[in-house]
Ligand binder design. Sequence first.
Ligand code: G6P
Length: 754
Amino acid sequence: MRTFRLQLRFLLPLVVVLVGAAYLALPIVDQLTLRWFARDLGLRGSLVASSLSESISDALQDPKGRKLQQLFNRVVEDERLVAIGWCSPLGELLVRTPTFPRDMSCADAERLAAGADANLLVRGGRVHVTAHEVTAESGPVGRLILMHDLSFIERRSLDTRRYLIAMIAGLGVIIALVTMIVAQLSWRGWMKGTRALLRGEGLVRPLGGGGSPELEPLAMELRSRLRDLEDEYRRGQSNGDAHWDAQRLQALLRTQLRGDQVIVVSNREPYLHEHGEGDTVIVRRPASGLVTAVEPVMRACSGTWIAHGSGGADREVVDRHDRVPLPPGRSDYRLRRVWLTPKEEQGYYYGFANEGMWPLCHVAHVRPVFRESDWEAYRAVNQRFADAVVAEARSDDPVVLVQDYHFALLPAMIRRRLPRATILTFWHIPWPNPESFGICPWREEILQGLLGSTILGFHTRFHGKNFIESVDRYLEARIEHEHSVVSYRGEETFVEAYPISIAWPTPEEEAAKPSPAECRRELGERLGIPSDHRIAVGVDRFDYTKGILERLHAVERLLEKYPQWQGRFTFVQVAAPTRAVLEEYRAFRARIEAVAARINERFGAPGKEVVRLLPQHHEPDDVDRLYRAADVCLVTSLHDGMNLVCKEFVASRDDERGVLVLSRFAGAARELPEALIVNPYHVEEVADAIHRALVMPVAEQRERMANLRSSVREDNVYRWAGRMLTDAARWRLRERVSERVQRHGEQGRTGTTG
Ligand code: G6P
């Protein structure tokens, strides 16, 4: 309707102008026709004169002129001739029909006939006057004045006018119709183009044809400029000096995301409720880098966290909707627990996620195992979490943060049910190269599932690049490498690196910590470590990707190569039990225990072990005290997305002491170059690094630690979440503009207003 009115606004003036032009043109047309008729009448007059000349010569024989009078009277019965006058060669009016004007002389008539406007009114009708010489054999005998009736010309002129007006009106209607059709078509074309442009497809023809080829270069240029601007903006944001903390993240959520609902989905829950002694229920924080990073963000976002309820007493503390407020005693956000049957957990979590995807992505020389039944369970559980997201969503466009390799199919499943949701997926582990990834029998499905995300984040650009190359290899998708955008089946996914981090301790938290000396004393007493010993620590889950075995070999080599450390060095390894149902993990643990025992046998004595293996779960405060007690922290992952242990160690050392030995295969190595970077497979190199750390002068320790601390303080987890959510907000804005344009276009087409 709106388009129609718009077109009327244009068409009405057009019709008015056309009719006006017609009226202006009519007098000109009249004059022209009159002139043509005058010429015709002149010729007709000559014809009449010559055909009458014989009859006139005969009639002139009658001296009284009666014959001539009769002849003229007969002739004027012709409706085209009104009057006739006969003038002598001397200009005397000798005979005239009764209709000839009484007061008109021959001279008057001659003058009139010779003039430009030879018309006059006779008895209320217009006539045209012509004069013709009549000659006989003897020569000129007189002049014939003929007065022709012009009324038929006027009648014709009136007809012509009518035809002309009808023709112009018809023309106007045709022009109007053509204009309307062209306007409709081009409006649709533009709307389609604009929508495509805003969707990011631009006017560039998608795979399979369509689009307007002639506009391709323009559209490409336009989109590329827009993306450049966005990239610049994002770079500006991420390089910005502004400090990120919980308050700034909250402000971002309030302003840029206008308080939109945030839903986090992960397999591991942030707190587990377990049965304690007697009837008590205790709360435990699991050993998980994901939980370490996402929990503080969730406190700031006050959203809903959906996770697998895996604690022994989890069901006892939830309400009837399976929800529990967290963190305990504060209720900053709520956890919605999803229950899995043992069969589901076996297939989805132990099977596909941890025997398939985990080794597939880590390339740590453990073969991935892919079973059809595990894949089925993985798909079914992903669907159950998608249902939970839909159930928890308060609007049709929540911001959903999907976490990790347990949920590769979830983004597309959510997208199908909540097409307007903003889905940020973060892959916490590495992404392998396309060849390694290609061994997964369901590689296409995994990629398609992840491409349901609005934004897909990795810790490093390298992993993002591997993902894009895998898409390139196995799917028919359009990839804009320059802007890291993958378009698949009309949807775009922005692939970006967001290095994860930890929440930097607040001054109050730092003030509440025991001093490093106290921590050292306490640890020494607890484990019986002599006070003159130097202490190295490792804090990991009992996982083959963490390089614990390689680390032990390096400790053994250190004691061989640098015997001065024998009897003066202790290595404390916290190894939280993990995925122990799996044979690979049980065998790994047994192997570690055997190697530790061998080293202790070689270089220690009962009660004076060199390697102290602590295979229990440790709460974050215990781990923090261990970091503060240590001289060296060993992080020797064989492959790690980021690794947050090294960042936690740095954050705990407010005394600026201690040395970090860090694997170059952990994502964190790119951010923390002041650590002693090592290749964990190279035992000699790691042994040398440990020695170097042990003898490092205090000044150098301080300098390195101060730099490391300032990096981690700035690139904290609020910046990680803030950057992702800022990108999400930008994306949502773009989507909203696009929707508005689309709505406008549809209204234009259907004629609705609003
Ligand atoms: C890694 C994964 C996390 C996982 C954690 C602990 O950090 O990226 O998703 O939570 O390991 O593993 P678990 O299987 O015990 O949750």
